[in-house]
Structures are given as structure tokens and as C-alpha cells.
Design a protein around this ligand. Structure first.
Ligand SMILES: CC(C)(COP(=O)(O)OP(=O)(O)OC[C@H]1O[C@@H](n2cnc3c(N)ncnc32)[C@H](O)[C@@H]1OP(=O)(O)O)[C@@H](O)C(=O)NCCC(=O)NCCS
Length: 187
């Protein structure tokens, strides 16, 4: 499959409105996006601004985008990203290709950046597979940190890739065994 990426044109909001309102996004804070919300997000600069850049994902000859990459916190030192693939195009390797692409894009475009982060809901297995496949290490697990619109809470997990790991092709893991607690102590 030929996968290409094209910078979003904020002056043409219709494709974005169509893409975001056209289906549900169950693993996002707002799962049903309406027209007013997209317009507000555009006005706030969520997709294109000094801090944020967004890219359409195209597959083969399809004239409609199959996905959207949003890069955030670009002035912050450690960027975050959001990724959405249309339901009919999931499970085909597009998510993996997109994260591989955005990782290279960020490290090449911003030479001072030394890490990239991404978060997702614990039960978002496809996204977690994508993180692992693309060399991201799990760094955080937040219990009951992801509120759903139905009032329940899910755990959230955080992944990141380091520039030095990206360059070497190795994945270094956090040191989880650095707490020296005497569990027999009663205080
Ligand atoms: C998460 C998402 C971006 C992944 O994109 P994708 O194109 O479907 O991903 P890929 O096809 O490249 O890879 C999916 C991986 O998940 C695995 N997978 C797919 N469905 C799965 C499931 N139900 N349970 C476990 N693993 C699953 C695939 O086998 C593959 O793993 P592999 O690389 O080890 O073979 C896409 O599914 C999506 O847009 N989902 C809705 C929005 C979303 O959740 N975005 C992430 C917000 S943080």
C-alpha cells in the first residue's frame, strides 16, 4: 500500500468536518464530534498553529483521506501526537506507517527534540500494538485517569520514544525497580 502524508489546509475546513463528524471515536474524550465542536477546535488552533501541526493520511489512489495525524506541543520540547484512522481502514498497517512517519518527521524537523510522547486508554489494544511496533516504550500507567462520557473511568497508559533509541534502533526501558521500600516495616 502506498501511504502518503499531506499537511492540512486550515483554510479548507470541510474535509476535517466531514472526517471528524463522520464516525465515532470511542477511544477519544469526545467520541461523537459535532459540527460546532470541530469549528471551535479549528478556531482554537488545535490542528494548525505555532504549537500544533496536522497531516492527512492518504492510501493508494483513494482521493479521500483515510486518517489524520495531529502533532501537539511543538514549542514545548516534548511533543505529543494524536492519530485517527477511519474505521474501514484499520488493521491494514496504516497506523504503524503513520507513527513511523511522524516519529521521523518530528526528529528531523526539530533537531532539539529528544523525546516524543503518546498516551492512550489501557484497553486500546491496537494503539498499544502500534506504539510497541514503532519502538515506543511504556513509561506510565495511570489508574482511573481516563474518564469516559458514560461516567466510568479507565486506566491510561503513556508511551515515549527517545531520539537516541530511534537512532540506534534499540528500545531502552525505564528502571521500574528503583523503589527500595521495606514492606515489613510497620512504621
Ligand atoms: C489505533 C489506530 C490508530 C491503529 O491504527 P491501525 O491502522 O488500525 O493500526 P495497524 O493496522 O498499523 O496495527 C494495528 C495493530 O493492532 C493489532 N490489533 C488490531 N485490532 C486488535 C484488537 N482488537 N486487539 C488486539 N490487537 C489488535 C493488529 O494486529 C496490529 O498489531 P501488530 O502490529 O502487532 O500486527 C486505529 O485503530 C484508530 O484510529 N483507532 C481509533 C482512534 C484511536 O483509538 N486512536 C488512538 C488514540 S490515542
Amino acid at each position: 500500500m502506498d501511504i502518503t502524508f499531506r499537511r492540512l489546509a486550515p483554510s479548507h475546513p470541510e474535509p476535517l468536518i466531514h472526517f471528524l463528524t463522520g464516525e465515532s471515536w470511542p477511544f477519544h474524550g469526545v467520541s461523537e464530534v459535532d459540527l460546532d465542536t470541530v469549528r471551535r477546535w479549528i478556531a482554537e488552533g488545535r490542528f494548525e498553529s505555532e504549537e500544533n501541526r496536522s497531516f492527512w493520511i492518504f492510501a493508494d489512489e483513494d482521493e479521500h483521506p483515510v486518517g489524520l495525524v495531529r502533532l501537539m506541543d511543538l514549542t514545548d520540547g516534548t511533543p505529543l501526537f494524536d492519530l485517527r484512522i477511519r474505521a474501514g481502514h484499520r488493521g491494514l498497517g496504516i497506523g504503524r506507517a503513520a507513527v513511523t512517519w511522524l516519529t521521523r518527521y518530528l526528529f528531523e524537523e526539530f533537531p532539539h527534540m529528544h523525546r516524543i510522547e503518546g498516551n492512550t486508554r489501557q484497553d486500546n489494544r491496537p494503539m498499544r500494538h502500534v506504539f510497541q511496533h514503532c519502538g515506543y516504550a511504556k513509561e506510565a500507567h495511570y489508574r482511573d485517569a481516563w474518564p469516559s462520557q458514560d461516567g466510568t473511568f479507565h486506566d491510561a497508559v503513556g508511551y515515549a520514544i527517545l531520539r537516541r533509541d530511534w537512532l540506534s534502533g534499540r528500545v531502552t526501558l525505564p528502571r521500574w525497580d528503583d523503589e527500595h521500600v521495606d514492606r515489613t516495616s510497620t512504621g
